[in-house]
Design a protein around this ligand. Sequence first.
Ligand code: MN
Ligand code: MN
Length: 473
Amino acid sequence: MAKKKQTLEDKLSVKNETAWIGITKAQEKKIHDFSEDYKAFLSKVKTEREAVEFIVAAAKKKGFKPLASYKKLKAGDKVIFTNMGKLAALAVIGKDPIEKGMKVVASHIDSPRIDLKQKPLYEDTDSELALFKTHYYGGIKKYQWVNIPLAIHGVIVKADGKILNVIIGEDPQDPVFIIGDLLPHLSHKAQADRKMPEVIKGEELRIIIGNRPSSDKDAKNKLKLNILEILNKKYGIIEEDLISAELQVVPATGARDVGLDRSMVGGYGQDDRVCAYTSLRAIMEVDKPKKTALALYFDKEEVGSIGATGAQGGFFEMAVGEMLEKAVPNYRYSILKRAMANSRALSADVDAGVNPMFKSVHELGNAAKLGHGIGICKFGGARGKGGSNDANAEFLGELRMLFNKTKVPWQYTELGKVDEGGGGTVARFLSEHNLEVIDCGPPLVSMHSPFEIASKVDIYSSYRAFMEFQKAD
Ligand code: MN
Ligand code: MN
């Protein structure tokens, strides 16, 4: 096809076109192959713990080693950090001293979900059902989680301290679980007038797990006892073991191609495991960079980045400090502070793609569209940028230059109209270290739902963006 002549308007205006235009056969193949790998990851990895395991295993295959196995660090060394099994970091030591700053890509590996309560099990004899009580995690629209097959992932710490890993509902032979909605025939009074956040209430998010009584004639709670008997037989646990457990309820379904043109990936947990996966693949391609490359995979972003494994937990600084101790002969705290302050970071997190049914929440001139490449977002927050990291124009300029030079499809995005709502990422917590940071990631449609949608070309653009950022000087 002949190239269209560039008009004066094209030359002077911001580009606003889909990244699918002009894609070569070779690029098409790369995007396809990458998406296949990504879908396999997304179908398998559904919790922060599983993400850490995946990251560590993949990194080890590429020559990354735990910090403890290095006496001294030199350019090209590849380091793995983990914290409490829920936070991971990977580093590739650069040719410049670390003190001159790092190239950081920080994503989060927790996703909105439904956690079991610590005393979850009860029976309801009016319905003859055994159920688990839950407490949801992160910002979900509760009504979306009813009537879909659910799986349980997590750990149970037994009375003797032994840790049991549990995954039920992923193997095709496994049972799945469900939260039952009310039938439409009878919902007129009980549910029809409820407002959206209460269509299903928090305490109504109860997981159906059984319908058969125990054969023990003396038991008072036969439905509950039957479940306890099954758990005891299969895992050797008693009810108190569930108190020291973290059991997460997630969609039992895997990732799939979406669309007749197969241009999109649908699946659970793309916020923000799409950035975790793409930044993992990116840093695995980085060899002896000028600046030390660091990929951070945080937990707890969906509940405010609190806790030891969240971005506010101090792990970032500790990891860099420990690296410096092995890389610098006369390590001092001021060197650590300088290393942080000289760094540049991408807060790699998803943006809100325009949903054709709800366009009114966006100011369309500054909104992200599926297929237009990775989104760059200068600020988030709410009520006048409140609580957001407002990135510096200089850093935005640097990225713009890099992505244009390396032909990474990118677009500018904001979260929504000025007074529409808002949200934050780990960017503001990274910025507390006095470094340059900006939000950057692919747009999603149906964010925070059990089945989020991303465009394959944006996923691939994100991988390339993170890689080019960490490879560049
Ligand atoms: Mn996110
Ligand atoms: Mn989120």
